[in-house]
Write a protein that binds this ligand. Sequence first.
Ligand SMILES: *[C@@H]1O[C@H](CO)[C@@H](O)[C@H](O)[C@H]1NC(C)=O
Ligand SMILES: *[C@@H]1O[C@H](CO)[C@@H](O)[C@H](O)[C@H]1NC(C)=O
Length: 266
Amino acid sequence: MCMVIFAPLFAIFAFATCGGYSGQLRVSVDCINKSDSNLSIGINFAYPFRLNRVEFDVPMCEGRRQERLYLIGDFSSSAEFFVTIAVFSFLYSLLATVVYIFFQNKYRENNRGPLIDFIVTVVFSFMWLVSSSAWAKGLSDVKASTDPDEVVLLMSACKVQTNKCSSVYGPRWSGLNTSVVFGYLNFVLWAGNIWFVFKETGWHKGGAARYPSSSSEKQTTAFNQQVYNQGSFDQSGGAFTGTGDFAQSEYSQVGNYGGPISYTNQ
Ligand SMILES: *[C@@H]1O[C@H](CO)[C@@H](O)[C@H](O)[C@H]1NC(C)=O
Ligand SMILES: *[C@@H]1O[C@H](CO)[C@@H](O)[C@H](O)[C@H]1NC(C)=O
């Protein structure tokens, strides 16, 4: 039941926080010739973090001349991998919920539902672990690449001592940090669910739980057995009476449960 509520929700959090991200950093270039300065250079970037395509113009502190620069790195593969896993995880958990609730019989048929569910759950657990780890690494690279103190090092004007380059502010990371946390939470959720799906397959009992009816059948047989034993015990009851507390309690149990049988014997 945990799975039904949290799996789609956690998947949404994971892909919304990552896929919906856009950030900005701002730097200033203060040239020795003040008229050439630009004290507020904004650089915007967003998912999927192809930073090497993020361009921005900065003054060269040589008259009106500007240079066009790009951020460094392309982290789209880990970001897109992460979001893809999150989207498919969301879709599968919705589908599984619908099948489980409305097609319970089809799900149980030939044990096919639990088997597929088990395999897919194992695969998704693994994928969440891999994609979250890849994205955690990608995110740390994105942070390094968009650090304003690193970005100013790309500017030729800033290599001249007399010009002053500095960071105004850096990007906010709370959203992306959250996405990594939710990635690992999803892994924990799916990995924990492996056990429950495994139980559904019935493998741990050597196939005993494959058909839900078999367990109730067993119960009925056991019950009949008990009644039968009680009956037979009652028949030869006289021989055993008073041999001890155990027999006594057994006898009283027969008295309680096997009432009608005692009657017929009498
Ligand atoms: C400073 O750079 C921004 C881009 O970040 C640009 O829009 C603005 O026009 C520039 N200002 C000057 C004075 O060149
Ligand atoms: C500063 O810039 C102005 C106009 O661009 C130029 O006339 C002047 O020579 C420059 N001064 C220095 C010190 O570069």
